[in-house]
Design a protein around this ligand. Structure first.
Ligand code: EZ4
Ligand code: CO
Length: 402
């Protein structure tokens, strides 16, 4: 089954999304997501200039060999650009293999382990009152697990809190915007937020929170302890995780479950975190961590140590990644939870899919492949527009982690 064509489709239906489409000689094609928020065109060039020419003529059935060829064969290893490009190829090839087999992807992975994948939605508000109203909205929509983010007194824009109408979207068109951050203001406020949410919504709903890399390990330990009475499902990205050993300090101090790794791109980013049992959920995802093939390695290592998955699922991960993730979640024995933000209407005009949200769970597509297709004519109606994630500064102007 020779690969005869591979093309990169750049489109901006509501936000920039990059998709790789691979076609084979017998007419079966597959797609993979190649979106790296704010660095989209670097992956486009990597694919077009260095990967696509090597794919033409190869046997599409040899997924593992092509993965090794692109990883080991490049000499330069890892990194978000490389691993996103490899992921796009890998997911497109799994899509092709599953279509050729006439099976939904989860069947090729090993079959169903559960009926649906527990999903969490994003509640947010500029203040406590708005945040509580937002949680109420998600409860009414059937969510059993809800992430809660809230604005801080006296800080204009805070991660996870939307401004104006429509869902929260941190990447803005044009050059990067700047945000301000105050760790002391955050640490004073966040226990109040979760006390109010528990008081209003009871014990049953699973609550999550994203610290978004802003604390030192010692500060994260403090916040974890302060949040213990509210029994979070997990506290996410409490501290930047380049220093994996930094989590030892947090782990010793608190029983609040810890999740990290949406920016990870390989198993090596998570090795100490997993083998030392410093986290409960690993958030590395298919699109940024080398595709289904490499995510299997990460998830299997995690399984040995009782660590479960909590795949990143914001809207910069295209419907293709979400579709593929739901197959993975449906199969993986040590699945934990799936982040889920519905995509914009324009995005859904470009991508069709067979999965659905029902009663708090994501239900996998039964179509052959991963079940997500792109309408290239519609994609062409939305040309790429430069857009960036914000840059964060402390109140005195120091650049900080966003
Ligand atoms: O900031 O996807 O848990 N979700 C997140 C996201 C990330 C964006 C970055 O591209 O942290 O909102
Ligand atoms: Co996050």
């Amino acid at each position: 089954m020779k690969i005869i064509d591979a093309r990169v489709i750049v489109s901006s239906p509501g936000r920039n999304l990059v998709t790789l489409k691979i076609e084979t000689e017998d007419g079966i094609s597959g797609i993979g997501d190649a979106t790296l928020n704010g660095r989209e065109l670097a992956v486009v060039a990597y694919l077009q200039d260095h990967v696509v020419p090597c794919l033409i003529g190869r046997d599409a059935r040899r997924i593992e060999d092509i993965w090794q060829y692109l990883y080991r064969g490049a000499y330069w290893r890892r990194g978000p650009v490389t691993m996103t490009a490899i992921a796009a190829v890998d997911v497109a090839l799994w899509d092709i293999k599953a279509k050729a087999a006439g099976m939904p992807l989860y069947q090729l992975l090993g079959g169903r382990s559960r009926e649906g994948a527990l999903a969490y939605g994003h509640a947010d508000g500029r203040n406590l009152e708005e945040a509580l109203a937002s949680v109420e909205k998600y409860r009414k929509a059937g969510y059993r697990a809800i992430r809660v983010q809230c604005g801080l007194p006296d800080i204009e824009k805070v991660y996870g809190v939307h401004v104006g109408e429509g869902p929260y979207e941190p990447a803005q068109r044009g050059l990067p915007e700047e945000e301000r951050w105050s760790t002391p203001a955050y640490m004073r406020f966040v226990p109040t937020l979760f006390a109010a949410v528990r008081e209003n919504f009871g014990e049953e709903v699973a609550l999550l929170h994203d610290v978004h890399h802003r604390l030192t390990p010692n500060e994260a330990a403090r916040v974890g302890k302060d949040l213990e009475p509210y029994r979070l499902f997990f506290m996410e990205d409490a501290t930047p995780a380049e220093n994996q050993e930094g989590f030892r300090l947090i782990r010793r101090a608190t029983t609040t479950p810890l999740a990290t790794g949406e920016v990870f791109n390989s198993v090596w980013d998570a090795k100490a975190l997993i083998t030392e049992q410093l986290i409960d959920y690993v958030r590395a995802t298919i699109v940024h961590a080398g595709g289904i093939s490499h995510m299997r390695t990460i998830a299997s290592l995690a399984g040995l140590y009782g660590v479960r998955t909590g795949f990143h699922g914001a809207t910069d991960l295209s419907p293709v990644t979400l579709g593929a993730a739901i197959h993975f979640d449906t199969w993986l024995p040590n699945f934990g939870i799936q982040e889920y933000m519905a995509h914009a209407e324009e995005t859904m005009q470009v991508f069709s899919h067979g999965h659905r949200f029902e009663d708090g769970y994501l239900i996998v597509s039964e179509a052959p492949g991963h079940g997500v297709e792109i309408d290239e004519a519609k994609a062409a109606l939305y040309p790429y527009q430069p857009a960036y994630l914000p840059v964060n500064r402390l109140e005195d102007g120091t650049v900080w982690d966003w």
